[in-house]
Design a protein around this ligand. Structure first.
Ligand SMILES: C[S@@+](CC[C@H](N)C(=O)[O-])C[C@H]1O[C@@H](n2cnc3c(N)ncnc32)[C@H](O)[C@@H]1O
Length: 207
């Protein structure tokens, strides 16, 4: 597994594996929630190989801590309305942004501890425009998954693969409305994924 994890730092290998496994199809499900004209923040964007699937026009801000991923994305997709930034998405970064309609956390929360997740979700809530939403998708454990799906979850690069209820509990600390669905028939290789939509930052009331 360590060899595979090392290989995934090589951007073309990462993108190829995403397509072979069908993880790209999970990303497209999330991107379907974006509308033309939206401002989009993508935290943990990686190489953002799914960028060409975004509806246009959008303004896009991608953040990732991995410089090769960010360089790859900036070279291909960077432009007037799309910027890729290397670093943790922190309070300074949040302050630099306009109000955001959609925050994407695609395959990120299962790499973060509960404390890191809570901090990030609070920060994501703080940048949302009125009516804005946060969309996350992560490998999960769930009771109906088969042996291959469970093996995939157990051997994921992320150290914090959780059950849906655990992801929801984290989200409810920052958002008044949280709903989600287990996707288990989207990828080519058996796998279970929790897609979660978060709206109404705590402290605000629903319309
Ligand atoms: C599984 S990858 C997902 C990349 C991309 N969103 C995708 O769906 O292909 C998770 C990414 O999160 C990045 N990451 C991990 N912790 C981070 C943090 N605290 N802030 C920003 N990015 C982070 C990693 O460098 C990695 O590229």
């Amino acid at each position: 597994m360590e060899g595979l994890k090392g290989l995934l730092r090589h951007v073309p290998a990462y993108v190829l594996l995403q397509r072979v496994v069908g993880a790209d199809r999970l990303r497209y499900r999330c991107i379907d929630e974006i509308r033309p004209g939206d401002s989009v923040l993508d935290v943990g964007c990686g190489p953002a190989y799914y960028f060409p699937r975004l509806p246009q026009p959008v303004t896009y801000h991608g953040f990732d801590t991995d410089a090769p991923y960010i360089d790859w994305a900036q070279n291909r997709f960077g432009g007037e309305n799309a910027g890729f930034h290397c670093g943790i998405f922190d309070e300074d970064a949040a302050r630099s942004l306009p109000p955001i309609d959609v925050v994407l956390l695609l395959g990120l929360l299962h790499h973060l501890s509960d404390e890191e997740s809570t901090q990030l979700l609070d920060l994501a809530a703080s940048v949302l425009s009125p009516g804005g939403r946060v969309i996350s998708v992560d490998t999960c454990f769930e009771p109906t998954q088969g042996r291959i799906s469970r093996w995939m979850a157990e051997n994921d690069r992320g150290e914090y693969v959780r059950e849906p209820a655990e992801f929801e509990k984290l989200a409810l600390q920052s958002f008044g409305e949280v709903e989600g669905e287990v996707l288990s028939d989207v990828t080519h290789v058996p796998g279970s994924y929790w897609l979660m939509r978060m709206t109404t930052p705590n402290g605000l009331t629903a319309d």
